[in-house]
Design a protein around this ligand. Structure first.
Ligand code: GLU
Length: 338
């Protein structure tokens, strides 16, 4: 896979989804994505990924911008900092996604898929088989067995007449898409490993994350993507889309995740670990930044600091590997750092 971006100025991005409040796991990923771009003398762009109308809320978007600024992060372009690649909000970019989808359709790469979620679950067979694949597919979807790939035009017409609304899937090649992750090292997943033919548009008409993120990264000239390793299995799919669209590819870095004391990935139910809740408990942004910078391996001790104070210490090679498990008394630990 080409990497034409290697010699250009670094452009990184923060790409929050406004589906909840930011928690310590989000702060970790955004702090390190920001540091990676700033340490390279690069630019940072903020893109609000409100592609899914069922899950996105404008009030979360507002709070996310506030919380990121509170942490001490800044961006050169974003919803509140207009630039040449706007709009920086996915809900304002639907026409672009539709046009790209049309072009892929014209190239014979897209087909309608009438399978329901339930049918897909049943097709995936035994729960054990599905589990193995769920590890790789970031969206939890089982490997798509290609059921609707070769439907005849007559069968498609019949299903449409029955009122079934199709998702649109990308016809993937049976190939491995190697890439060299700046943190996780060389990767060699096949598109099949990553779930096979994937959706570009859901049956309810919502554009899929994979399509939107690739089109936006291309349009916004992103050269460096730093994000959680829960999305690593998306990267071969995104690189494949980049190659179909004839666009240069960014470098990717997938960060270990932040886990709670029980080893669970931080999620919405961790209300106590949102930045807003910590702030309400009197925890300061410098304590959070200093603590996360220390857990990343950038400092010797957890000393409160601003993100910019960590820029000089940043290096992908310096980052500690493995998940970051928080102590059960993390709020108290952060409070003491004030
Ligand atoms: N918006 C996605 C999320 O919040 C991140 C997508 C990406 O970094 O590619 O999980």
């Amino acid at each position: 896979m080409r990497n034409d971006a290697a010699h250009t100025k670094v452009r990184g991005r923060l790409a929050p989804s406004p589906t909840g409040h930011l928690h310590l796991g989000n702060a970790w990923a955004f702090l390190l994505a920001w540091l990676a771009a700033r340490a390279a003398g690069g630019e940072v762009l903020l893109r609000m990924e409100d592609i899914d109308p069922d899950r996105s809320r404008p009030e979360y978007a507002t709070d996310i911008l506030r919380d990121l600024r509170w942490l001490g992060l800044d961006w050169d372009e974003g919803p509140d900092a207009p630039g040449p690649c706007g709009p920086y909000v996915q809900s304002g970019r639907f026409e672009r996604y539709a046009a790209a989808l049309k072009a892929l359709e014209r190239a014979g790469r897209v087909y309608p898929c009438f399978c329901t979620r339930k049918e897909l679950r049943n097709l995936a067979g035994a729960p054990h088989a599905a589990e193995g694949i769920a590890q790789l597919a970031d969206d939890g979807s089982p490997r798509y067995p290609g059921t609707c790939r070769e439907l005849t035009p007559e069968r498609r017409a019949e299903l449409l007449r029955q009122g079934r609304r199709p998702a649109l899937r990308l016809r993937c090649d049976e190939i491995t898409i190697p890439f060299d992750d700046l943190i996780a090292g060389p990767q060699a997943l096949s598109l099949g490993d990553c779930g096979g033919d994937f959706a570009l548009r859901r049956s309810d008409g919502v554009f899929a994350y994979q399509l939107a993120v690739v089109l936006d990264d291309i349009a916004m000239g992103i050269t460096q993507v730093v994000r959680g390793d829960d999305i690593l299995s998306s990267t071969p799919r995104q690189l494949f889309l980049h190659s179909l669209l004839g666009a240069p590819t960014p470098r990717y870095a997938h960060l270990p995740l932040v886990l709670d004391a029980e080893g669970e990935r931080l999620a919405k139910r961790h209300n106590a670990l949102t930045l807003a809740a910590l702030r309400d408990q009197g925890v300061g942004a410098p304590a959070i930044v200093g603590y996360l910078g220390w857990r990343a391996g950038l400092t010797e001790s957890p000393r409160p600091c601003a993100p910019r104070e960590l820029i000089a210490a940043f290096g992908f090679h310096r980052l500690l590997r493995g998940p970051v498990t928080l102590p059960p008394d993390i709020t108290a630990v952060l409070s003491r750092l004030a």
